[in-house]
Design a protein around this ligand. Structure first.
Ligand SMILES: NC(=O)c1ccc[n+]([C@@H]2O[C@H](COP(=O)([O-])OP(=O)(O)OC[C@H]3O[C@@H](n4cnc5c(N)ncnc54)[C@H](OP(=O)(O)O)[C@@H]3O)[C@@H](O)[C@H]2O)c1
Length: 339
C-alpha cells in the first residue's frame, strides 16, 4: 500500500468557464482513520455540473470550496482500513470523497454498495443524477400519458433518465442535444421520439421552430437543465397548465452570458398567462426517496429497461480537463474518472 495520496485542489476561482490553471494536483501522506472512520481507496470519481457553482465564492444552497481545499465530489472505492462498525477491508463503498485518490470518512457518511451492480452506476444512473430525474419527473413534472416533454442535455445522466421514464409513462419525448451523434444516441439508445441539435440553431427563434415542428401539440413539461437559448425557445410553446421542473441551468453556469438573454418580462408573463407550475428543486432535499428509487430503478437497469451511458476519463490528474470539457458538452453520458 502506497504511503501517499493525491488530490485535486481549487487553486483559484474561475472567471467564466474554468481553465486548467484553476486546479492544482497536491500530494499528501496517506491519512490514518480515527475511531469511527474508514480509509477508502477511490476507484471512480463523479464529475457533475454542480461543482462549477462550488468554485465560486457565492451564496448558494451549499458552501463554496475554499481556495486550496480539495474539490468536492462523490466517489466510489474500496475500504483499505476500517475503524467503524459495519465496514471491513475490501468492502465497496460510496461517499463524498472529493477529487482524491483516498479519503478518510466517518462510517456514517459512507454507504456500502450492492456487489452485483457495477460500482460506477452508484455515481450515475443509480446515484444522484438518476435519483434527480426520477424524483423531479414524478414530483414536479407530474407526467400524464399523451403529453409532450422536452429535455435538454438529453443524453446526460439526468436528461436520459427523465426521457426514458417519461417515454415509459406514455409521453411524447423530445430531446435537445449537442451535435448529430448525441441526437442519434437520444433516439436510438434512449428512445426519444425526436431529437434536435441545439448547436445547429444560432438563435432561439430558429430552435423554437424546430421544437414546434417536433411538438405539434405544444409542450406540457419542459425539464429545465440548461437555461439560455433552449429556455427562450421553449417558453412560448408551453401549454396551459404546463410544468417546468427547474433542475439546472448549465448554459448559464459561467455567468457571462446571462445579460444576453434578459427575457425576464416575457418569461414572467408566460408563467402567468399559461398558469405554469415552475418548481425549482435540489435533490439534497429528497434523499429520503433514495430507497424507493433504488427499488424501482435498479431492477430496470439490470434488465436494460433503463439504459445508461458512461464517459470514463482515466487518472485523477485528468479530472480537471474532463470537468472543463463536460461543462461544454464534451462528455457523452455520465462523466466519470477512473483512478
Ligand atoms: N437540481 C438538482 O438537484 C440537480 C441534480 C443533478 C443535476 N442537476 C443539473 O442537471 C443538469 C444535467 O446534469 P447532468 O449531470 O445530467 O449533466 P450532463 O448532461 O452529463 O452534462 C452537461 C451537459 O449539458 C449540456 N450543455 C452544456 N452547456 C449547454 C448549453 N449552453 N446549452 C445546452 N446544453 C448545454 C451538454 O450536453 P449537449 O452536448 O447535449 O448540449 C453537456 O454534456 C445540469 O444543469 C445539472 O446542474 C441538478
Amino acid at each position: 500500500m502506497s504511503d501517499t495520496m493525491s488530490r485535486i485542489t481549487l487553486a483559484r476561482r474561475p472567471e467564466g468557464a474554468p481553465v486548467p490553471e484553476d486546479f492544482k494536483l497536491a500530494k499528501d501522506p496517506l491519512p490514518t482513520p480515527a475511531e469511527g472512520e474508514v480509509l477508502v481507496e477511490v476507484t471512480h470519481l463523479s464529475l457533475d455540473p454542480y461543482m462549477r457553482g462550488r468554485m465560486d465564492d457565492a451564496k448558494s444552497y451549499a458552501p463554496p470550496v475554499d481556495l486550496g481545499a480539495t474539490m468536492t465530489g462523490q466517489g466510489v472505492g474500496r475500504v483499505l482500513q476500517s475503524n467503524a462498525d459495519g465496514f471491513e477491508a475490501g468492502d465497496t463503498v460510496t461517499g463524498m470523497t472529493g477529487w482524491a485518490s483516498h479519503a478518510c470518512l466517518p462510517g456514517s457518511d459512507l454507504r456500502k454498495l450492492d456487489p452485483s451492480l457495477p460500482p460506477s452506476t452508484a455515481l450515475g444512473v443509480l446515484g444522484m443524477p438518476g435519483l434527480t430525474g426520477w424524483v423531479g419527473l414524478h414530483s414536479f413534472g407530474k407526467p400524464k400519458a399523451g403529453e409532450t416533454l422536452v429535455v435538454a442535455a438529453a443524453t446526460g445522466p439526468v436528461g436520459s433518465m427523465v426521457g426514458q421514464l417519461a417515454k415509459q409513462r406514455g409521453l411524447r419525448t423530445i430531446a435537445i442535444a449537442g451535435g448529430a451523434e448525441k441526437c442519434r444516441l437520444a433516439t436510438e439508445t434512449f428512445g426519444f421520439d425526436a431529437a434536435i441539435d441545439h448547436r445547429a440553431h444560432d438563435d432561439a427563434t430558429s430552435l423554437r421552430a424546430a421544437i414546434a415542428e417536433a411538438a405539434p401539440d405544444g409542450v406540457d413539461i419542459y425539464w429545465e437543465n440548461v437555461g439560455g437559448k433552449v429556455l427562450e425557445a421553449v417558453m412560448p410553446l408551453m401549454n396551459v397548465h404546463g410544468r417546468i421542473p427547474v433542475c439546472g441551468m448549465i448554459g448559464w453556469y459561467g455567468g457571462s452570458n446571462i445579460a444576453e438573454t434578459n427575457q425576464l418580462p416575457a418569461m414572467w408573463r408566460n408563467i402567468l398567462v399559461k398558469r405554469l407550475e415552475v418548481s425549482g428543486f435540489i435533490i439534497f432535499d429528497h434523499w429520503d426517496q433514495y430507497p424507493a428509487f433504488l427499488k424501482d430503478v435498479a431492477p430496470k437497469v439490470a434488465a436494460q429497461e433503463i439504459v445508461h451511458l458512461e464517459d470514463v476519463a482515466e487518472g485523477l490528474e485528468n479530472a480537471p480537463d474532463a470537468f472543463i470539457a463536460m461543462l461544454e458538452g464534451g462528455n457523452t453520458g455520465k462523466q466519470i474518472v477512473k483512478l
